[in-house]
Write a protein that binds this ligand. Structure first.
Ligand code: APR
Ligand code: MG
Length: 280
């Protein structure tokens, strides 16, 4: 049966739930985020997510990526540090995942055995975990104390659920809510009017964003913004909702003066400082 249409997570709610940056804070106050992303064929995803994370309140960022990707990212994001060939080292338990406030895995990675193994290692930890792109698969998630947040686009949601894209798209909020509850995870079902469904049954619709986001790399940027937001918010649900809202608000800022055909994903991270300030 068709359920009620969920409410929108509004600008007023974002304003009321964004964290303040304590004047007495230091980089340790906001924790270190771990981003496992990018391969030598898709290094840009790690850069885009890294830019999103470092513009979103994090204290420090460690990027676990392939050596070739690292060389390409460093000149454009010198603020991050690295775990070289990190996906493999985490999968083989050769790199510790203990000291992080939050992690994101999957932007620009292949949905293969190594990614699954690294995900399993991360799931053993007690930090909030964003699972995106290559790390999304048809699997279950054992109960853990910290949240798991899946960020599929419709085709990835179809891969997770086995339900056809056309059917999912007809009942986006219902399917997101059903699978959030079933898997015990948060599901951020992307696309126009992104739906965020929490495992406790809470569901929200995002009112921001536009077709300028229909371009490669914008989802990687969102995963990064969400990772940073998890590090600076006390309430993880607010971090997820505010990340989605503000990512869309950056696209809305773009189309005030520029064509939606022309946005590049990395420009979202450049728009974010002024867009964020407008909420403060
Ligand atoms: N209106 C509003 N928002 C939109 C629209 C639209 N018409 N189209 C896309 N978006 C937003 C989505 O809500 C999401 O936030 O743009 C973002 C797109 O995210 P992804 O589909 O994950 O795109 P991308 O960054 O290119 O993914 C990179 O990872 O997910 C894999 O297969 C994907 O290889 C690709 C890579
Ligand atoms: Mg994506």
């Amino acid at each position: 049966p068709q359920k009620e249409t969920p409410s929108q997570w509004t600008k007023e709610q974002v304003k009321a739930t964004l964290p303040e940056r304590d004047p007495n804070s230091h980089k340790g106050s906001f924790g270190t985020a771990l981003l496992i992303a990018g391969t030598k064929e898709m290094p840009g995803a790690a850069l885009l997510a890294g830019l999103g994370a470092m513009r979103s309140g994090v204290g420090k960022l460690v990027i676990a990526t392939e050596a070739e990707a690292m060389a390409m990212i460093v000149p454009r994001l010198p603020e991050a540090t690295y775990v070289q060939n990190g996906m493999q080292r985490i999968a083989e338990q050769l790199a510790s995942v203990d000291a992080y406030r939050a992690a994101a895995i999957g932007p620009g990675t292949e949905p293969d055995r190594m990614t699954e193994d690294a995900l399993s290692v991360l799931l053993e930890s007690s930090m909030p975990l964003i699972v995106d792109a290559g790390a999304l698969s048809r699997r279950t998630y054992a109960e853990r104390q910290a949240p798991v947040i899946l960020t599929p686009h419709p085709a990835e949601f179809s891969r997770i659920t086995g339900v056809a894209v056309a059917e999912l798209q007809k009942h986006r909020a219902d399917y997101a809510a059903e699978w959030a509850e079933r898997l015990g995870v948060a599901i951020v079902l992307k696309g126009q009017h992104t739906v965020t469904a929490f495992p406790d049954g809470e569901v929200w619709i995002n009112p921001t964003g536009n077709s300028s986001l229909a371009k490669g790399g914008t989802g990687d940027t969102l995963a990064g913004i969400m990772l940073g937001m998890l590090c600076c918010h006390n309430d993880w649900k607010h971090a997820v909702l505010n990340a989605v809202h503000m990512h869309g608000a950056c696209a809305d800022e773009w189309t005030k003066t520029r064509s939606p055909h022309t946005l590049l994903a990395h420009e979202l991270a450049e728009l974010l400082p002024e867009v964020w300030a407008a909420f403060e």
